[in-house]
Design a protein around this ligand. Structure first.
Ligand SMILES: NC(=O)c1ccc[n+]([C@@H]2O[C@H](COP(=O)([O-])OP(=O)(O)OC[C@H]3O[C@@H](n4cnc5c(N)ncnc54)[C@H](O)[C@@H]3O)[C@@H](O)[C@H]2O)c1
Length: 308
């Protein structure tokens, strides 16, 4: 059955281009009313113009959809309050928030200015937190909300020169894991997308000859990651899930814990060293859904080893 968003209202941040634009167009195609937020910034977050958001609104209107533009920065408190007020004035509810806006300030850690570290945290982490915080009471009151964070393979696994970006992106699924619990009773679901797409962001990171760029751009176009994003904000979405998606591939990513060992109440540093290989062996590793499941796992491990 087709997944439908008729009568749903969705805010997509950073939707003036790249992945955000692709997500917004697909939601509009499926009947959602869209708020296209984009500061229109350069890749490092500088500058700003409403042109890109206006252009995506025009695209949606041309296909018979409904959309409005918003040029606020997601890391500006007044701007975010204005974004939510504008959405409520225009449409009266907010069903979906896709936190997608992002910038890069890449440099190896030793050479990185702390201002560049903070700027990246400000947009990716605090921008997502502030937008989520502003829509939270509305979603609670509606007893309906679908939230999406945008992480990255850098946040999941690391990348040279991106300590700021990796820290910000990993913080987002930490945020999701606790928020999913707080939203559950009010039918608010929270998920995370780790997209892979050829956009100005990735093109800037991987300079390649023009003919190759064209081929890669087609193979991993943003639209090819979008189905995973739209599924994760749909009515029947799961909650607390990270999907990586791009170029037609999709997979679940998760934090896992090895079976581990009980080394006794008097466990020493040498015990950990002597058993490190087995401790680190991920055969039989499990995904834990909240901190209580981890405590339970430890209790079972201890009971099994001590016969308790
Ligand atoms: N392209 C990839 O392969 C990839 C991989 C992993 C994660 N991501 C993430 O996906 C998201 C979208 O990236 P993209 O590749 O489409 O890049 P992009 O540069 O095309 O899109 C980012 C958009 O965010 C906007 N923006 C920047 N700062 C803003 C702010 N403070 N407020 C509002 N808007 C702001 C920019 O103007 C831009 O239009 C980002 O969060 C990025 O980190 C992308």
């Amino acid at each position: 059955m087709a997944i439908d968003f008729t009568d749903k209202v969705a805010i997509v941040t950073g939707a003036g281009g790249g992945l955000g634009r692709a997500h917004a167009l697909e939601l509009a195609r499926r009947g959602a009313k869209l708020v296209i937020n984009d500061l229109g910034a350069a890749m490092d977050g500088s500058g700003g113009s409403s042109e890109s958001a206006d252009a995506v609104v025009a695209e949606i209107e041309a296909m018979g959809g409904t959309a409005i533009a918003n040029g606020a920065s997601v890391s500006d408190a007044d701007g975010v309050a204005g974004l939510v007020a504008q959405t409520m004035d225009a449409f009266g509810r907010i069903d979906v928030l896709i936190n997608n806006a992002g910038i890069l300030r890449d440099k190896s850690f030793g050479k990185m200015d702390l201002a560049d570290f903070r700027a990246v945290l400000d947009v990716h982490l605090m921008g997502s937190v502030m937008c989520t915080h502003a829509v939270w009471p509305i979603m609670k009151q509606q007893q309906y909300g679908r939230l999406l964070m945008t992480t990255s393979v850098t946040g999941l696994y690391g990348n040279f020169g991106q300590t700021n970006y990796g820290a910000a992106k990993a913080a987002l699924y930490g945020f999701m894991h606790s928020l999913k619990m707080e939203g559950a009773k009010d039918n608010i679901r929270v998920n995370t997308l780790a997209p892979i797409a050829w956009t100005r962001m990735t093109a800037g990171l991987n300079p390649v000859p023009e003919d190759q760029a064209k081929e890669i751009a087609a193979r991993i176009a943003p639209e090819k990651a979008t189905p995973a994003a739209v599924f994760l904000v749909s009515e029947d979405a799961p909650t607390g899930i990270i999907l990586s998606a791009g170029g037609g591939t999709v997979a679940r990513a998760a934090m896992m814990e090895s079976p581990g060992l009980y080394l006794g109440d008097d466990m020493t540093v040498e015990d950990v060293a002597a058993n490190y290989e087995q401790i680190a062996n991920m055969d039989g590793a499990v995904v834990l859904n909240h901190n209580g499941e981890q405590a339970q796992k430890n209790a079972e491990l201890t009971a099994k080893a001590t016969g308790g």
